[in-house]
Design a binder for this molecule. Structure first.
Ligand code: RTP
Ligand code: MG
Length: 139
């Protein structure tokens, strides 16, 4: 089933000049960008995006990191896009991520881990709507 997922190339990966490599990995895996924007998230925007984690000890640090510089936000479309993107990203902790995954290649540690990907259809729907009005998604 073709579906959409939200991906974010995080500030660490943008700083490392890994945008092109990461988008290339999406495309090679059959995940087509159907919406894309670059922005610096204000702290409040990051807090809203990660609201499910607000009780976690790493919440403030995560939101400071996510608002520390430009990010690239994309909607990816393809067969089983949500699961496929999670596999392509690898484990949250880059040290535990399988070889060849985006986080193994570009992540630094459990927080500075290069990319975000939606984890369920419901999350994908909410996360896509957080950044993109429906008319700006082209597929
Ligand atoms: P994401 O939401 O960014 O795609 O990552 P994920 O599902 O693999 O991990 P999640 O548990 O949802 O955590 C969200 C982000 O919070 C940071 N984190 N820091 N210091 C820590 O122990 C810790 N744990 C998670 C990471 O940036 C993680 O991607
Ligand atoms: Mg998550």
């Amino acid at each position: 089933m073709s579906e959409r997922t939200l991906a974010i190339i995080k500030p660490d990966a943008v700083k490392k000049q890994a945008i092109g490599d990461i988008i290339s990995q999406y495309e090679q895996a059959g995940l087509r960008p159907v919406a894309m924007r670059m922005l610096v998230m204000g702290k409040g925007i990051a807090e809203g995006f990660y609201a499910v984690h607000r009780a976690r000890p790493f919440f403030d640090s995560l939101c400071t990191f996510m608002s520390s510089g430009p990010v690239v936000v994309l909607v990816l479309k393809g067969e089983n896009a949500i699961k496929k993107n999670r596999e392509l990203m690898g484990a949250t902790d880059p040290a535990k991520a399988d070889k060849g995954t985006i986080r193994a290649k570009h992540g630094t540690n459990i927080e500075y881990n290069a990319v975000h990907g939606s984890d369920s259809p419901e999350t994908a729907r909410v996360e896509i709507a957080y950044f993109f009005p429906e008319m700006s998604v082209v597929g």
